[in-house]
Ligand binder design. Structure first.
Ligand code: SAM
Length: 255
């Protein structure tokens, strides 16, 4: 299927980045299975996904598939999707080492080569929802979910998106760009997306979702992370850098 121009750029970026990403973060991702975000806050604490046993689950932007492996070990029927073949090579190896069988799909979350209503749960943790145009990927997730299905994703908050100083490649305490900016073409070649809150909510409604929760993540006082170049502990204690939208597919799009 045809890739959008930003999906092509992000594919090239993540193919280049996969090895150093897994070297830097792979240990945190696999040693705290089912940990959300920068600070690996446990799913058992946040209870975003709920019971996963015997559910059909799609991970959008699965990277090395650490999440899908953890969920498959709890009895979920997982499928991992990623736009980067290099990331999927790490996923394939980890799945084999875990003795599991998890189908992997090399595609963009904006155009998923799977039939309608295939899944009970779709989710990602700083995965595809940070790198896709939400106007394309939100309705696509809705199409793939069964009625009553859950869509949950963790991504950058508008506050972090607005305060990140891209010239210095670090978080700041000043507003760097317009709040209404929804796309950043980074100097490293990647393209990131975020929306103002009102736009997120309107897009969810138009796509047939009801908002169940918006969880703004805050690290514990002693939390550590391998992702501190993205946000410092002091910043994330004061302001939300990441947020999990928890959405329920309740209607057909546009109705
Ligand atoms: C920051 S990594 C996170 C990976 C994984 N969720 C984790 O926690 O390690 C972002 C992932 O999103 C993937 N990605 C970027 N654009 C995508 C797209 N259009 N469709 C699917 N995956 C995409 C990248 O290839 C990369 O593996």
């Amino acid at each position: 299927m045809d890739l959008t121009e930003h999906a092509r750029k992000n594919r090239a970026f993540w193919d280049r980045q996969a090895k150093s990403y897994q070297t830097e973060h792979g240990k945190q991702l696999s040693s705290v299975p089912l940990g959300w975000g920068i600070w690996s806050i446990p799913e058992s604490e946040l209870r975003v996904l709920g019971e996963v046993r015997d559910k059909d689950v799609l991970e959008l932007g699965c990277g090395g598939a650490q999440w899908s492996i953890g969920l498959a070990q709890l009895g979920a029927r997982c499928v991992g999707l990623d736009n980067s073949e290099r990331q999927l090579e790490f996923a394939r190896k980890a799945i084999e080492e875990a003795g599991l069988s998890i189908p992997l799909i090399h595609a963009s979350a904006e155009t998923v080569p799977l039939p309608d209503t295939s899944f009970d749960i779709i989710f990602c943790d700083h995965g595809a929802m940070s790198f896709t145009d939400p106007v394309l990927s939100i309705p696509e997730a809705a199409r793939l979910l069964r009625h009553g299905g859950l869509f949950a994703f963790n991504a950058e908050t508008p506050l972090h998106f607005t305060c990140f100083d891209r010239a210095r490649d670090r978080i700041s305490t000043e507003l760097q760009i317009s709040y209404f900016e929804n796309r950043i073409d980074d100097m490293d070649g990647s393209v990131c997306f975020s929306l103002p809150y009102g736009e997120w909510i309107r897009l969810f409604k138009e796509s047939g979702f009801e908002v169940e929760d918006l969880i703004e993540l805050r690290p514990s006082e002693d939390a550590t992370s391998t992702y501190r170049d993205w946000v410092s502990h002091a910043w994330a204690r004061k302001w939300p850098a990441e947020q999990i939208w928890r959405l329920r597919r309740v209607r057909k799009a546009g109705s």
